[in-house]
Write a protein that binds this ligand. Sequence first.
Ligand code: HEC
Length: 118
Amino acid sequence: MRWMHLIPIILVIQGLQAQTPAKTLNELKAFYAANCVKCHGPDGSGQTHEGKKLGGFDFTDAAKTAKESDADLIRTIRKGLFFGIKMPSFQDRLTEDDIQLLVKEILRKAEKGKVIAP
Ligand code: HEC
């Protein structure tokens, strides 16, 4: 059975993935509260001191966010903005799955005045 030598490789790959388990929705909300609130505000509307200064984007403004595709939002979270000066990059701390969940289930569902928290 020539394919048998692949088994250790598969086990190693699975082991590596297990080191970065996907975050749950509540963990991502906590991550937002810890890392994004400063600029984007507790509810995502960006009405913080820092958010206003930076021209913070309002996630609770459905008409405005509708113009941005998921891919655009995901790319911004991954790469940050203006070399991390306007907004830091989060690709070292969030997996691609984490970022997708964050965009689809948290940012897209942000409501004005409703605090994003676990
Ligand atoms: C240091 C301030 C800062 C922090 C911290 C920050 N952001 Fe941002 N973010 C910005 C600014 C400024 C913009 C640009 C807003 C604009 O002009 O469109 C932005 C834009 C974005 C956009 C794209 C909106 C668009 O214009 O399409 C997303 C998505 C986003 N931020 C998500 C996040 C998430 C999620 C976190 C936390 C994990 C985070 N940001 C943390 C400042 C910040």
